[in-house]
Structures are given as C-alpha cells and as structure tokens.
Ligand binder design. Structure first.
Ligand code: EPZ
Length: 417
C-alpha cells in the first residue's frame, strides 16, 4: 500500500504549474464518442479517472493515442454501446457517456456509476432530462437500458443546476432535431469548456456560463483540436498549501477569473495575492485572520470541491469559522482525520464549526475521498512533525504527481510504494 510521508512546518517558495481540469477533460473525452473521426485534446492530465475514461472509450471500440498531455481519440470504430459494470463503478463521470452513446448509437446500456462516496449521488435529473429528448429508459436488475429512434430538441428545466446532468443533455442534444433549451443549467467553467469543445467539432451551442443554454441540433461533426482549461481545484490546493505553510509561490497556468470567490477568502485571511492573465502569486507571512462563513454553492458560489481545503485553512485562522456544505451530504469524512492532527472541529449535519488557532501535529491519517485527501496533504504540510497519508488511490483520481509538484516548491513529501 503506497503512502505519502510528509514533514511539515516548512514555508513553500518558487513556481508551480497547474494541470488541466479533471472535471473538464472527463466530459470532453465522453463527448469524443459522438464524432466518427479524430479528435485531439491537449492539456489532459495523467490521472486515474482519465485512465478510466480511456478504458471505457477503448472498450467501446475507439482507438486512443496518448503522448504526454495530448490524447487523440479516433471514435470512427465504435462497435458497442454497453459499459460493463466494473468500468461504470470506477468513477462518477462514467454516466456522462450515456448522452454520448445515445447520440452516436441511439441505444445504450449502463449501470449506476461509482465515484467518491459523498452521500447519495442519484442520476434522476440526467434520466428525466434524457427522456424529454425522446429517449425511452427502463431499469432492470440494476441495469439502465436506453434507446431512441429520433432525438428531438426540447425545453428542459433543471430543478437543481447539476453539472453532470447539464453535460449529458448538451452532448445528447447535439444531433437532436430542432432546438434544446436548458434553463437553470450548471454554470461552472467546465460547462463553458465543454461548449467550446462541442462547437469546435461543429455544434451550435450558446449560453454556457449563463442561465440558459441553447443547443441547435446539427447533422454533421468534424475533426477538431481543443485545449482543456486549467484545474481550479488543483490551483486552490496549492494556494491553500502556501496559506497554511507560509511562503511565496507563483502558481502558473490558472484562470484567476474562475477563482474569485476562493481568492477573496484567501485575501480576507491576510494572504497577499497578485494576479495576472494566467497566474496567481500568493505570499503569506503573518498570522491569519478569520475568513468569515464558508457556504458551498453552485458556481459562481464557493465550490464544494474546495470546502475541505478551506476548512484546513480555517484551523489556522483566528477565531471561529462556520462551514455549511450545501451540495453533498457527506463531505466531512476528512474531519475525524484532521482532529487526529489536533484540529478543533465539530460537525452537525451539513454544518462544521472550526475553532482556529490550534497548531496541527503530524499524524497517520487516511484519505477518505479525493478532495478530503488533498486537504489532509495541505494540513500535513502546515503541521509540525511527520504525517503519513494512506489510501492514496482517492487522491490519484484528481492530482497528477502531487508529491513531485509540491516537492518542487520546497515541501518535504515523498511517496513510499
Ligand atoms: C460534479 O459532480 C463534479 N464531478 C464534482 O467533483 C463536483 O463536486 C460536483 O460536480 C459539484 O460541483 C465531475 O465533474 C466529474 P452534480 P456531479 O450533478 O456532476 C444532486 C471532485 O471532487 N443530484 O452537480 O456528480 C447530487 O446528489 C468531484 O472533483 C441529484 O440529486 O455533481 C448533489 O447533491 C466530486 N440528481 C448535487 O445534485 C442528479 O441526477 C450536485 O451534483 C444529479 C445530481
């Protein structure tokens, strides 16, 4: 079993670059299925979830070439539209292949997707939206059977702006006859990235990032190239690592405008931030002030994926911080591990109350899920003494060579296999 061994309490310094966004590249890879030709995707990180997406594409008959951060998908040879249970279970994003398979093959068989255990993660919004496009769906023995004769555009209102459901509709509606209109869609930057990719292959989609997305069905797609946006949660991981450990780091290959709400919290805590077109420099020298309440919300609100990272930061801020997790029911599994390191946190349902100012101490802890695991790394970097973090497979879903990246800015972190 691999572990990360971290000796904390050292300031960080230097430059670090952020890899492409996991939550962009996964729906984009799924969307490559709809075009019977070659798509080239740049800035693809080498992550466990990306490897799972490649396994699904390969199992469906696509040919994949990978060279550094470039992935070329040739989906001209798709010969199957069923995803085996073990592949479905590898990650949540396997469900985004549903819209793509229906677009391409008019039928699909999947089972319920896996992914981090963050509480119930139903797919009812995906399925009811797909039904509106004319798709018949039946469930039997844990399998979901879908088929459609002619996809037709529809008005779809999402009761909650689900990221995955918005993506599935956008992809499924590419070849639907007429216009599809999504009201209350997710507005995350990854949705805009998917729109840009679908338009690059010939789609007619407008409105991503706003309150209404319109998809005019097309009959033909083309080979194209696309560069994935930077991962704002990886960038937030480095920012909080510096905020907790102290130091001066230039974080490159980021989109600062996608990180406003997180940067505002960091500035409020007393960190100095300087932003340019594609970088953020963070300096933290002095003790940290309270950041105020943290409430997770759909974009442009505070991201649930950064909740655990900022909770760690709150343990080092003056006074009390209240965190309210509004997106997922079960996103405090890292708390007992953080308490082992000396943090004062109490949770009740969706609320966590953090009394800041306790010095963190190194401990042996387990990553409970992807972002909770990343938060424990950040805590270990700021803690006195040695920490050993296990269950790294969660962290490897979303971070490429995190130990190498953090070592390059002075962290004492090694992976022991
Ligand atoms: C995406 O998950 C991200 N994953 C998650 O990132 C992220 O936390 C989440 O969006 C919210 O920002 C990917 O993009 C691959 P949702 P997704 O559908 O699409 C409920 C990470 O760590 N819901 O917006 O699954 C759901 O239970 C991961 O990188 C329904 O009730 O999120 C949740 O409470 C974890 N029915 C809320 O909506 C549905 O059919 C938000 O889910 C769908 C969702």
């Amino acid at each position: 079993m691999s572990v990360l061994r971290i000796n904390g309490g050292r300031p960080l310094a230097g430059r670090i670059s952020v890899h492409g966004a996991k939550n962009s590249v996964l729906p984009i890879l799924a969307a490559t299925l709809i075009h019977p030709g070659e798509m080239t995707i740049h800035n693809c990180p080498d992550l466990r979830d990306v490897r799972s997406a490649i396994k699904i594409l390969t199992a469906l008959g696509a040919k994949i070439k990978r060279e550094k951060d470039k992935i070329v998908v040739d989906a001209g040879t798709i010969n199957c539209c069923n995803i085996a249970d073990d592949l479905m279970r590898e990650m949540r994003s396997s469900v985004i292949f549903l819209g793509a398979m229906l677009s391409r093959c008019k039928s699909a068989v999947i089972s319920y997707p896996g992914g981090c255990e963050l509480g119930p993660r139903p797919i009812d919004l995906h399925l009811s939206a797909l039904k509106k496009l004319g798709i018949s769906i039946t469930e039997e023995n844990g399998k979901i059977y879908c088929s459609v004769e002619n996809l037709s555009g529809a008005d779809i209102h999402l009761p909650f702006p689900s990221v995955g459901a918005t993506e599935n509709i956008m992809i499924a509606a590419m070849f639907a006859k007429g216009r599809t209109r999504i009201t209350n869609p997710a507005r995350e930057p990854e949705i805009e990235d998917l729109q840009n990719f679908l338009c690059a292959m010939g789609g007619k989609i407008t409105g991503a990032g706003g309150h209404v997305i319109e998809i005019e069905g097309v009959s033909k797609t083309f080979d194209c190239e696309h560069k994935v946006i930077p991962d704002r949660i990886v960038a937030a991981t480095y920012l909080t690592a510096v905020a907790v450990s102290g130091g001066d780091v230039l974080i490159e290959n980021v989109e600062p405008s996608q990180m406003n709400v997180m940067c505002e919290k960091l500035s409020r805590s007393g960190c100095l931030l300087y932003q340019g077109e594609n970088y953020i420099r963070i300096i933290r020298k002095n003790p940290l002030y309270s950041m105020g309440e943290i409430k997770t919300e759909p974009y442009p609100g505070f991201p649930t994926d950064a909740q655990a990272l900022f909770a760690v930061l709150a343990t080092q801020c003056d006074g009390q911080t209240v965190v309210r997790e509004n997106i997922f029911e079960n996103r405090y599994q890292y708390v007992p591990e953080l308490v082992k390191m000396g943090a004062d946190i109490k949770t009740c349902g969706r609320v966590a109350v953090i009394n800041g100012g306790n010095c963190l101490n190194g401990a042996a802890v387990k990553a409970p899920d992807l972002r909770g695991g990343a938060a424990l790394i950040v805590a270990a970097l700021g803690a006195q003494g040695e920490s050993i973090i296990s269950e790294l497979s969660h962290i490897d879903r979303g971070y490429e060579n995190i130990e190498g990246c953090l070592s390059s800015i002075g962290a004492q972190i090694v992976r022991e296999v």
